[in-house]
Design a protein around this ligand. Structure first.
Ligand SMILES: NC(=O)c1ccc[n+]([C@@H]2O[C@H](COP(=O)([O-])OP(=O)(O)OC[C@H]3O[C@@H](n4cnc5c(N)ncnc54)[C@H](OP(=O)(O)O)[C@@H]3O)[C@@H](O)[C@H]2O)c1
Length: 304
């Protein structure tokens, strides 16, 4: 234990839902002194309810990872923090041609700079305490390309690059840095928190039809197959408890399958399959939109 004989203290970002909420409950159940943070405290009742149901306790604090000042203050308030879980993340879907620079920067501010900010805030106290652990929640999208999510994928590639580099820099101080790379799991990021770019439905865009096709593919084929988010939370807590850790953990069948295919040099094959599915979904959506347009036309004629 880094904190002498006391409970290890873990600070987790983005605990209002999904992996963050579940990890906070799992960590509290496992006996960690859990500081569960979220940017919007009006959502805290979901976590409170889940903790109550699990008969576990955690401290809930407000933290927006884009706010450097409050990140520093919170980290100082709870020093020494033994474990940091950089989990907060957002998704803004849409083609790389349509997404605005402001939207791209917004994703980076949370998914990449948010994690960097918190890491730098805790590193000093971990060095002073003689060690620590930083777990960065990256994604399958940080390992392979993710069409219509290029900005999101770029943040996760960046986060993985940051984690892999930082591991060696912090090794002399007994601080372990690992990244977890889950595939699709059922959380709010692929439901209520799945944002679309403001130009997503811009019919002037050359990628308009493909945006729409990709969304259909997501809703019909990817989201229904997403795995249970509990597994990711359990794995993160397992990593917290492990004596020896791997540099990174690929979680979920889809992520494992794609990683193995990549190792085998099958990237082109994967791309061809994704492209085929995308074209199929786009054609289906085009036919549906055309039928809708024709039905509207018939209604107008009937009325005339
Ligand atoms: N679910 C998946 O399939 C999947 C796969 C791979 C990786 N991931 C990653 O897993 C992490 C957790 O996402 P999730 O899947 O659990 O989705 P989620 O249910 O949408 O949770 C995302 C969490 O991040 C919080 N958040 C967003 N912006 C924030 C900010 N500026 N400051 C603090 N918190 C912020 C959200 O808070 P609000 O409620 O206020 O928005 C929410 O608590 C993300 O990094 C995501 O990229 C998810």
């Amino acid at each position: 234990m880094v904190n002498g004989d006391t409970q290890k203290r873990v600070l987790i970002t983005g605990c209002s839902s999904g992996f963050g909420l579940l990890t906070a409950v799992e960590a509290a159940k496992a006996g960690f002194d859990c500081i569960a943070t979220m940017r919007n405290m009006t959502k805290a009742d979901y976590l409170r309810g889940a903790l109550k149901q699990a008969d576990a306790g955690a401290t809930i604090e407000r933290l927006d990872v884009t706010d450097a000042e409050s990140a520093r203050e919170l980290v100082a308030k709870y020093a020494p923090i033994d474990i940091l879980v950089n989990n907060a993340g957002i998704l803004i879907m849409g083609s790389a041609l349509d997404i605005t620079e402001e939207e791209m920067r917004r994703i980076f501010e949370t998914n990449y700079f948010g994690a960097v900010r918190l890491t730098r805030a805790v590193a000093g106290q971990m060095i002073e305490a003689g060690g620590g652990l930083i777990i960065n929640v990256a994604s399958l999208a940080g390992l392979v390309g993710h069409p219509f999510n290029a900005a999101y994928a770029a943040t996760k590639h960046a986060l993985i690059g940051f984690s892999r580099s930082l591991r060696l820099e912090l090794r002399p101080f007994n601080i372990d840095v690992v990244s977890v790379e889950p595939g699709y799991h059922r959380t709010e990021i692929i439901r209520a928190n799945a944002n679309l770019t403001e130009n997503f439905y811009d019919k002037q865009s050359p990628t308009f039809e493909y945006n729409r096709g990709f969304l259909k593919l997501m809703l019909d084929e990817i989201v229904p197959r997403a795995a249970d988010a509990d597994r990711v939370a359990k794995k993160i807590v397992e990593i917290m408890q492990a004596e020896k850790r791997k540099p990174h953990y690929v979680i979920g069948k889809d992520a494992k399958w794609l990683t193995i295919a990549k190792w085998l040099g099958l990237t082109r094959y994967i791309e061809d399959r994704i492209y085929k599915y995308l074209l199929r979904a786009t054609r289906r959506e085009n036919r549906r939109a055309q039928a809708k347009k024709e039905a509207r036309g018939r209604k107008t004629e009937d009325r005339a």
